[in-house]
Design a protein around this ligand. Sequence first.
Ligand code: CO
Length: 209
Amino acid sequence: MRALKNLFDNNQNWAHRIKEADPDFFSKLSKQQSPEYLWIGCSDSRVPANEIVGLLPGEIFVHRNIANLVIHTDLNCLSVIQYAVEVLKVKHIIVCGHYGCGGIKAAMENQDHGLIDNWLRNIKDIHRLYNNEIDSRENDKEKTDLLCELNVVEQVANVCHTTIVQNAWKSGQKLYIHGWIYSIDDGILKDLNVCVTNPEEISQIHRIK
Ligand code: CO
């Protein structure tokens, strides 16, 4: 018996349903992809990019990692951004966090989690920037929720600081960087209203002339 037969069965049904709605769907898609959006989200299984925003294969380019971080030296994430911006010419980059993020929660603890602490360290650095604001919140849930939001704001800035995005703006390419947060409790997305559209909106020290 084939391992994970249920998943292969699901796949057959899924491909069949799509072909029923549009017989040429896969043949068209196999020739090219032209997504308008790059999604940078958390790896959390409860936050699937395509489903949340109701998009089909081919419509959104996706990068996911624990706690949706954009780290200046992460070649994986930077390569995704470069390909999305320079080759696919996406118009929107969406950094989407989510409330109750396990990565954020773990970063707020003082425990040893192993290797992953080196990744979560980036979130602790953000916490330190906003210590007072976070400490003023009533309870642990509110503190975590706030850091989930602030993490998105900081990652949006990190996307904007990349030479990839700045060079795209410089060359006149329209590129909008958005910060959103998703609620696992009710499936609803919230716009954090931190959209950045040009280099004048980023901090002076990060601007490349
Ligand atoms: Co998460």
